[in-house]
Structure formats: C-alpha cells, structure tokens
Design a protein around this ligand. Structure first.
Ligand code: ATP
Ligand code: PH2
Ligand code: MG
Length: 197
C-alpha cells in the first residue's frame, strides 16, 4: 500500500540496533493490569487538560503538549519526528526508512526500547502497529493493559493537530499520505480495542 523500501527500513533498524545498549523491554511491564491513557496528536488533543489513567503513553508530538501542561508521560512511543523535548520517560523508538537521520537523538535518551518494521533482530522488537498512536495502543494491549482510554486520536479528521509536527503552529490539512496512514491506524485500533472508534 505504501511501498516503503525494505532496504531503507532495514538500514534504519540496523543503526538503531547499534545504539541500544540494553534490552529494557521488561520496563514495559508497568503497563500490566493498569488503566492506560494513550495520547495522540490529533486536533482534539488541546480540548483535554486532564487525562484519566494510571499509566500514560504519549504518541510522539503529543508529548510536547503534555509537557506544556506539566505532565510527563510514563512511556513515549515515537519515530522522533514530532517530539522536541525529551523528559525522563521510557521511550519506545521506532526505526523506519524515513527517520534514520533522526536516530542520533537516541544517544540523549536514558531508557529506550527499539522497534522495527522489518523482521526483528538484535535488541529490536516488533510489537505491531503502524503510526506512533496505534503502536502505542498495540503496546498497551500487548503488555496487558486492563483498560485503554484514547485522547487526541482523531483518525477520521481531515486535519492534523498542531502538536503532530514541530513546525506547525495550528491544526493543518492532512496530506493524502497522512490520511491514508490515519486510516490504517484506525483499522488497527478497531482490531485491537474491538469496537468501532
Ligand atoms: N488527526 C490526527 N493528526 C495527527 N495525529 C493523529 C491524528 N489522530 C490521531 N493521531 C495520532 O497521533 C500520533 C502522533 O502524531 P505524529 O504526527 O507524530 O505521527 P507519526 O506516526 O509520526 O506520523 P508521520 O508518519 O506523519 O510521521 C499519530 O501517530 C496518530 O496515531
Ligand atoms: N519507511 C517508512 N515507514 C513508516 C512511515 C514512513 O513514513 N516511512 N510512517 C509510518 C507511520 O507514520 C510507519 N512506517
Ligand atoms: Mg512521529
């Protein structure tokens, strides 16, 4: 559907694998049995100033908004193109063929689990999912969340939220590619949560 070249995904994964010193997957056990909030970067994100849940997982750029409210997420799922501030959270960093130039940021992070979309090797994992937001949902389910609440996940919206990318100063029309990505995200979340969003 998207035609991302395997060789670039693999190259990026190889770089990330080299940067990961220790497998910290066990730290994701903080999710088990918990009520989890997954926070995405859709336009509705800014309607929320409070988030219910015992464990908070933010998707990439949504982290910037949470930090502006003084909230530090427990887990940050990111391909590194949205987040600009790096609090002391557990990071689930995804390597793909279009973000290898951003992977140097991993060297500034203390606790990182690396993920890939090629068959996993080395210290890299493949928990499933596609965009940062639905990968966060898949992660929460894979690690046994008792309940998953979604915030800022506007998967049918023709707009991307202003926190989706650092260069946006307001909500902006989603490109055709972005709308396709959000559609895939929606299908995955419907599958994982088991009801229509
Ligand atoms: N309308 C929306 N606009 C942007 N993000 C949304 C929206 N609705 C839900 N989200 C979720 O918020 C997450 C974080 O946004 P971000 O734009 O950083 O995603 P991404 O997965 O890195 O996508 P991209 O391929 O554009 O880099 C998305 O992965 C998506 O799952
Ligand atoms: N190569 C590549 N892989 C991806 C990409 C992307 O833009 N390029 N975007 C994704 C979801 O945002 C997930 N995977
Ligand atoms: Mg991103």
């Amino acid at each position: 559907m998207f035609g991302f070249p395997f060789s670039k995904d693999y190259y990026s994964a190889s770089l990330l694998n080299l940067m990961i010193r220790e497998d910290l997957t066990r730290e994701l056990e903080i999710i088990r049995g918990k009520d989890v909030a997954v926070v995405g970067a859709g336009p509705s994100l800014v309607d929320h100033r409070e988030f219910e849940g015992e464990v908070m997982i933010s998707a990439d750029g949504a982290t910037n908004y949470l930090l502006s409210l003084g909230i530090v997420p427990d887990v940050i799922v990111t391909d590194l193109d949205g987040i600009t501030q790096f609090p002391d959270s557990l990071y689930v960093v995804h390597a793909h063929g279009d973000n290898y130039h951003l992977l140097h940021k991993v060297s500034e992070l203390k606790r990182v689990v690396g993920t890939t979309q090629v068959p996993p090797f080395g210290r890299l994992k493949l928990f499933g999912g596609f965009t940062d937001g639905d990968r966060a949902v898949v992660l929460a389910r894979a690690f046994g969340a008792r309940r998953i609440r979604l915030y800022g996940m506007d998967l049918d919206s023709p707009m991307v939220g202003r926190y989706s990318k650092p260069w946006l100063s307001s909500d902006s029309p989603a490109s055709h590619l972005k709308r396709l990505k959000l559609r895939v995200a929606k299908d995955i979340i419907n599958e994982v949560i088991g009801k229509d969003l």
